[in-house]
Design a protein around this ligand. Structure first.
Ligand code: SPV
Ligand code: MG
Length: 295
């Protein structure tokens, strides 16, 4: 396992550079490797992806142990920093503290905790969202920061204020309070179909900590525009999974229709590509090194 503290330091350094930090969503070793291969700076261990990959909705059904296991799998598969979507921190203040300890041990560079009440639901669901008070979530962030054992690890405080149709001033106040409580960065989430509200947040944010954004519904905002507007990092949270769903569905429909896989053979990854992505070469080399050394 590559030292997560080096990776946490690398993520801090990337956030301090004069360019947007691009982050791709993943849910396992393979999807994380595809993100690394594409050149992303970090991986987002997405709650939506991890839940969906298990055939479950993103409504707080999976627990800390299952999410940590996914985070550890992802961190083991790549050398870039992993940012874990930790929802509410899996319960109350003590759960948030324990979440940080578990993710540190799992090799994850940063945890992101949001200000919704447990059990949370995915932000793109119309209703069922319940926000903690600013003071209550600031306390949770303080607990999380107090628990970390290594200085480089990041705690990202995510506000769902805009998702919950609260005023812009409240979203800003919340994020300022979370930074005062020790958050290393904030994440402003929005389900608006245009980037205006996020851009307004960014223009009014005093740049006291890096801001992460998740332009899923407002995909027209480019990374360049977001960075110029004041965002430090852009998370493409679920497009990888959505791409594979679309491609797999299209491919299987053709196979069922044609009664052969020959029609899609040239469009799918080769088995040798699969071997390469699995890291087979390094394992064969490991075996070879032992054989060569034998008398
Ligand atoms: C996730 O990827 O699980 C996220 C981002 O939290 S979102 O689905 O946009 O809420
Ligand atoms: Mg999530």
């Amino acid at each position: 396992l590559i030292d997560q503290f080096d990776r946490a330091a690398a993520l801090r350094a990337a956030l301090a550079r004069n360019e947007p930090v691009l982050v791709a969503g993943a849910h396992d070793g393979l999807t994380a490797r595809l993100a690394e291969e594409a050149g992303f700076t970090a991986v987002w261990a997405s709650g939506l992806e991890i839940s969906t990959a298990r055939g479950l909705p993103d409504v707080s059904l999976l627990g800390l142990a299952e999410f940590v296991d996914a985070g550890e799998t992802i961190a083991s598969a790549v050398t870039i920093p992993v940012i874990a979507d930790c929802d509410t921190g899996f319960g109350g203040d003590m759960n948030a503290a324990y979440t940080v300890l578990r993710y540190e041990a799992a090799g994850v560079a940063a945890v992101c905790i949001e200000d919704k009440a447990f059990p949370k639901r995915n932000s793109f669901l119309d209703d069922g969202h319940d926000l903690l008070s600013t003071a209550a979530f600031a306390r949770k962030i303080r607990m999380a920061k107090g628990a970390q054992t290594h200085a480089e690890m990041l705690v990202i405080a995510r506000t769902e204020a805009l998702v919950c149709a609260r005023p812009m001033a409240e979203a800003l106040d919340r994020c300022h309070a979370y930074v005062d409580a020790g958050a290393d960065a904030v994440l402003i989430h929005s389900k608006s179909h245009t980037p205006e509200e996020v851009l307004e947040f960014l223009s009014r944010w005093k740049r006291r900590a890096p801001v992460f954004i998740v332009p899923t519904t407002y995909a027209s905002l480019t990374a360049e525009q977001a960075y110029k507007g004041g965002a430090a990092a852009i998370i493409y949270a679920n497009q990888g999974m959505r791409a594979s769903i679309a491609a797999t569905r299209r491919m299987w429909a053709r196979v069922v229709k044609e009664g052969t896989t020959l029609v899609i053979e040239n469009e799918i990854a080769s088995v040798s590509d699969v071997f390469a992505l699995s890291g087979l070469d390094s394992w064969l080399a490991r075996e070879q090194a032992v054989i060569v050394r034998e008398p």
